[in-house]
Design a protein around this ligand. Sequence first.
Ligand code: SAH
Length: 462
Amino acid sequence: MKTFPMFLRMEDRTVVIVGGGEQAAQKCRLILKTEARIVVAAGALEDELAAMHGTGRIVWHEGAIMPALFADTALVFIATGCPGADAALHAMAREAGALVNVVDAPDLCDAITPSIVDRDPVVIAIGTEGTAPVLARQIKTRVEEMLEPRLGDLAALSGRLRGAVARQVPRAGRRDFWRWVFNGAPRQTHARGAEREAAEMLKTAIAAGGAPQEQSGGSVALVGAGAGKRDLITMRGVQRLQEADIIFHDRLIDPDVLEYARRDAERVCVGKAPGAHPWPQDRINGLLVSAARQGKRVVRLKCGDPGVFARGGEEIDALATAGIPCEIVPGVTAACVAAASIGSVLTERGKTDTLVLSTGTCRPGDTPPDVSRSMHAGTTLALYMSVKAAPTIQHDLLAAGHPPSTRVDIVTNADRADMQVVETTLGILGDTVRTDSIANPAIIFIRSDKSARQISTVNAAA
Ligand code: SAH
């Protein structure tokens, strides 16, 4: 290690930033997160620094820069933008005994600012000694995903209760107590926003002399993985995956998303290939119930959103009947992903004011929806599982008076490496699906702008 990570105490200390431009403002923004007093030494301040000075958050040193400015500081940043001046100021600050960082001059830095994940008071610093800043940012993103936004508040709460724990929880039980706080129900409860409830749990356990002994009952989270690549899952979804003892997942999810789960978590694919039903829904429901009854934390991971054409309702009902707690964690549904993948929007002021999510596939024996009933001028129709039904949909919409020139976009494997986009029109939709060999998973967008109202009405009347 050429550099060694340490955390500098900032309360009641001074940080001097020399320079009044954007780079100085950047350092200022960073140090404003700390409790340090900030002195900015510059002849003039750019707008943001001037505003910070205006609100009293920084002290502006306008005068000559003398060694005394740097004495007894926690840290000095030099960012004048002029290499000659930077070097001279660096020498002066070093002479005064300061720890110096000269922006964009690694050779003149005693201290390097890391990439930071901030869950104050939990702070993670990532450094690569300047070798790979992009890698540092990627690691930062992964760590950001791992740690729920409220984690710092839970750490702060724990800090406030440390004294009470030391008094009331016998030494032998303290490690288990803290393990329970950060691994068990309090962390989960806190992460989902029930902070008061989590604080109550801690206080009750402290009063009882330790973490509750009984194994907590199992639970199920229906988690949307997002349709597309793994980074479309929400941070809450990642959190649930990390907590899971067992994961039942669909075939359509990006397999890489499972890397968010613990290494020892069991993974079971209960996906259904189109047309084949190796895992009847009843059996999946039964598996969820029995895993939860064994006290496991279960994740049912579904492509897109668990509440959109995902048979989530049947699973929720089965869990409710069995009295098992169930949480729904939303995901980015395929229509949103597909629209974004082609740089398009689903509704547009003045053109489309209605969004219909529909499907060409339903329960065997049920009549598929007649989409022409929901398609009016000003509608974007996003059709799931509709490749096979495309000729019928074309027929129904044409029969209802929608012009053959109506625009159709088909997005297959949206947001994936093998994404395929086909633009066609309603009049030749069935042919396009056949000649372009379009296969699931695909979203078919059919858009009727408001200006099409005239045409539809005229055709319908005729
Ligand atoms: N719950 C999912 C939908 C599951 S139904 C969601 O909210 O997105 C399965 C259908 O979703 C597929 O037949 C296809 O129509 C659509 N789909 C899922 N992933 C897709 C993708 N990456 N690109 C295009 N369509 C997709």
